[in-house]
Design a protein around this ligand. Structure first.
Ligand SMILES: [Zn+2]
Length: 195
């Protein structure tokens, strides 16, 4: 229940957000009564609530909602998990991919659960570094595996649209634990697989 990706909006929060969005539009010099902007406060309010719904979701519960006995201790890798988040410094989007690998001990999880867990941390105000660590720690806590490896590659609108204006610049962050931390061959094997 806590991890369902549904669009539910608290009416009190929605109403207040709409007022503030309207105030921002006025401060930016916009005519809030022109046709194109009439429903903008409502749309922005809903979009912001949708994009931050991860606070209501429990990553460990998502992973543990489908547990199976591990057949062996081979690396499980989910590559190219699409990821969209909001940078907490500018409230602008950053988008990219997450690669998550783990070495099961006793339990494995459903592959789609890993993608949903990534969403639950991405749909919050984030910095990419913390998002990466949260994904690793969630895998650790939910599965107690022999090791976890996470790499996130993302492009930040706050860099590409303003400031440095470096379009195409990718930020890469990583977090490792267990065998991926201790054994450089295991880590290199993972890094080669996601190239
Ligand atoms: Zn930013």
């Amino acid at each position: 229940m806590a991890y369902k990706l549904t669009e539910t909006y608290d009416p009190r929060v929605s109403a207040e957000l709409e007022q503030h969005v309207e105030a921002i539009l006025r401060l930016l010099g916009e005519d809030v009564d022109r046709e194109g902007l009439l429903k903008t406060p409502e749309r922005v309010s809903r979009a912001m609530q949708f994009l931050t719904q991860g606070y209501e979701q429990d990553g460990v519960a998502i992973i543990q909602s489908a547990l199976f006995d591990a057949p062996d201790n081979e690396v499980v890798l989910v590559k190219d998990i699409e990821l969209h988040s909001l940078c907490e410094h500018h409230l602008l989007p950053f988008s990219g991919k997450a690669h998550v690998a783990y070495i099961p001990d006793k339990k494995i999880t459903g592959l789609s659960k890993i993608a949903r867990m990534v969403d639950c941390f991405a749909r919050r105000l984030q910095v990419q570094e913390r998002l990466t660590v949260q994904i690793r720690d969630c895998m650790e806590e939910a599965l107690h595996p022999l090791g976890v490896a996470v790499v996130v590659e993302a492009s930040h609108s706050c860099m590409t649209m303003r400031g440095a204006c470096k379009s195409g610049a990718l930020t890469t962050t990583s977090a490792f634990s267990g065998a991926f931390l201790k054994d450089h061959r295991t880590r290199n094997e993972f890094l080669n697989l996601i190239k």
